[in-house]
Write a protein that binds this ligand. Structure first.
Ligand code: BES
Ligand code: ZN
Length: 639
């Protein structure tokens, strides 16, 4: 360790000039996606007292902030601005008793309505502020389900990333701000929360129980997760349980039992010990719009992970990895989202590598590469959305900018650095250093680069040889790294044989055994290769070949219960214009809510049968999560 005085003498390394010239004036970068004046306050603690009302479909209650103002002493009054979106504000009190006036500014899309409070406090003087509020019908943070949409009891869950926390309660809705949180949540049904259970439930009013939680590690508000419904739990590891509706509990337990602890231990070796105590998983309802969400202590996950063969559990490795990347070390704004997701995909694949070997890590990276390429090809505005560093401004909506780019371009940048710097053994010390250095903080890409350059001072030439311009600022695909294809070659070969067969019309020589030794991940790559390879055929002209393929591989492809396979089967059928499949795809879209499948599913249908796509959307739209509904509407050109 350097002493304080020598530390200050170490000249700060400057980055290559093309990067330096784009460095933001403020470090960390300012978050454009908030209307709060978060830089002028510091939160000591946040307490949420909430009541879930299934009858009214609202959550109401209060948020209590313990704050310090960082505003200059000369200013007689403090102005506090918070984010809200479709909230009703009932009352604001300062110091437990003094009622304050408040003003709710007109709504500004997509950021919501700024809540403005004025009061006087000395700089640094700790004070408390309580805001009583309710959510409204237009809330974008919650989905309410009736008993008909679940196994019988009403259900509610939150999804706050990226900028929907403001639709649940008034807050500094920016990943730049972190707070420890206490939550007391009253509900008729069991409640799970992104924190530790602090006490047994106590009796509340109207037949409610009050559930008590603590999150002692400071977190940004987008990480808060709340769900309430007919939830039961079962153990899946020494520090882990799975929560879900009773009808799924056994399947969920079977799917995850044992593996979660293996993931945690693998991650602990790569980074450092897990700091959050327990690690539980909530298997949410069908309409859950994401594969998973990394709410601390309680990953929220889609039921499509239950594939009955453990073939989808890598999503859990991903959400668990967020315990370091994202939850401890956080992007300071959604422009730097790759710091959350790129790092998480990197760690997820390192976990896969540790448990299943390097070739498995590379196979996963190859599939990611295909995803990236497909995602950029399908973009409405690739010039804007395919850059690693985003520029959302105050008009950009992070939900619309969401794509594979931060995940896969981000992963590939880290993978490129790992290779350049001499492989995992030489990169690992930096991984540990980076997460140690920024734990409990939020940072931007430039701070990441500063740390990288500082850490590898003696390898500066290697770092300078990275094409930063392309990686950070240019749209389109990044340079392709060398992947180990040992687990991909057989699959490429099989796909190649099918391209030939499609042209010759000779399907002898294919048997179901072709897929005998093929894992689910390899099958995913096979189905991707069929439609994405440069050597592929135009399947719409070879529907007959496509039919043969699906018949021969019926058992593994058509009968699969794994959503990753089911989706790709439909894509293959639609690309082959097998018309009988359109209705089936439409029906399937009524059983999944995960946007990763719903959005491209509708895009496929729309391409081949727009009336069916529109009719299906009309029928299903109110079963989808509000975000999913809005995005599909846009994808179909209806908004
Ligand atoms: N944090 C994301 C989900 C998210 C991102 C929600 C942005 C809202 C806005 C989560 O960790 C994630 O990446 N989920 C993926 C799974 C994965 C294995 C890549 C998903 O939902 O598909
Ligand atoms: Zn993620």
């Amino acid at each position: 360790m350097l002493s304080r005085s020598t530390k200050n003498l170490v000249r700060k390394m400057t980055l290559p000039s093309l990067v330096e010239s784009r460095r933001p004036k403020t470090s960390p970068d300012i978050d454009p996606s908030t209307l709060s004046n978060y830089q002028q306050f510091q939160i000591q603690k946040t307490t949420l007292n909430l009541e879930v009302s299934f009858d009214q479909r609202i959550i109401n209650g209060s948020v209590l902030y313990q704050l310090r103002s960082l505003q200059a002493q000369e200013e007689a009054t403090n102005r506090l601005c918070l984010d809200t979106s479709y909230l009703q504000i009932h009352n604001v009190t300062l110091g437990g008793s003094k009622n304050l006036q408040w003003e709710l500014k007109p709504r500004q899309e997509p950021l919501g309505s700024q809540l403005v409070l004025e009061y006087s406090k000395d700089k640094n003087e700790e004070h408390s502020l309580q805001i009583d509020f309710s959510t409204t019908e237009r809330c974008t943070a919650l989905q309410w389900l009736s008993g008909k949409q679940t196994s019988g009891k009403p259900y509610v869950f939150s999804q706050l990333e990226a900028i929907h926390a403001r639709s649940l309660f008034p807050c500094f809705d920016t990943p730049s701000v972190k707070s420890v949180i206490t939550a007391n949540i009253a509900s008729r049904y069991p409640v799970v929360f992104s924190g530790r259970i602090a006490a047994d439930p106590s009796d509340g009013q109207n037949g409610n129980k009050i559930y008590h939680f603590e999150q002692p590690v400071p977190i940004p508000f987008y990480l808060i997760g709340i769900a309430s419904g007919d939830l039961e739990s079962a153990p899946i590891g020494p520090r882990s349980s799975v929560y879900t509706e009773p009808f799924r509990l056994k399947d969920a337990q079977w799917e995850f039992d044992g593996d979660v602890e293996k993931f945690i231990q693998a991650a602990e070796k790569i980074v450092f010990p897990y700091e959050w105590g327990t690690y539980d998983v909530l298997i949410n309802v069908d309409s859950y719009p994401y594969g998973g969400m990394e709410s601390p202590n309680m990953t929220f996950a889609t039921p499509t992970l239950i594939a009955h063969d453990k073939s989808n559990i890598d999503v859990i490795a991903h959400e668990l990895a967020h315990s370091w990347s994202g939850n401890l070390v956080t992007n300071c704004s959604w422009n730097h989202f790759w710091l959350n997701e790129g790092w998480t995909v990197y760690l997820e694949r390192r976990i896969v590598g540790a448990l299943h070997g390097e070739p498995a890590r590379h196979l996963s990276a190859l599939i990611g590469w295909n995803d990236l390429s497909e995602s950029i090809n399908a973009m409405s505005d690739p010039e804007r959305f395919s850059k690693l560093l985003q520029d959302l401004g105050t008009k950009g909506d992070p939900d619309e900018a969401f794509s594979s780019v931060p995940y896969e371009k981000g992963f590939n940048l880290l993978f490129h650095l790992e290779n350049k710097l001499g492989g995992p053994e030489n990169f690992d010390p930096f991984v540990k250093h980076y997460f140690q250095k920024f734990a409990k903080q939020s940072l931007d890409t430039y701070q990441f680069l500063d740390t990288l350059y500082e850490f590898y001072q003696d390898k500066r030439e290697i770092l300078d040889s990275v094409d930063w311009e392309t990686w950070l600022y240019k749209p389109g695909m990044p340079p392709k790294p060398k992947f180990d294809t040992s687990l991909a070659d057989d699959v490429y070969e099989l796909a190649g044989k099918w391209f030939k067969a499609a042209q010759s019309g000779d399907y002898n020589g294919f048997t179901p055994d072709d897929l005998n030794k093929v894992s689910t991940v390899q099958l995913v790559l096979f189905l991707d290769t069929l439609v994405q390879s440069e050597n592929s055929v135009d399947w719409s002209k070879h529907a007959d070949a496509a039919r043969h393929l699906l018949e021969i591989y019926h058992e593994k492809v058509v009968n699969s219960q794994n959503a990753e396979i089911v989706f790709r089967k439909f894509r293959f059928q639609v690309e082959s214009r097998i018309e009988g499949s359109y209705k089936e795809l439409a029906q399937w879209l009524g059983t999944v809510g995960r946007m990763k499948f719903v959005r491209p599913g509708f895009r496929l249908l729309n391409k081949v049968d727009r009336p069916l796509a529109l009719e299906t959307f009309q029928e299903l739209k109110d079963t989808y999560h509000p975000i999913c509904k809005a995005l599909v509407k846009q994808d179909l050109g209806l908004s």
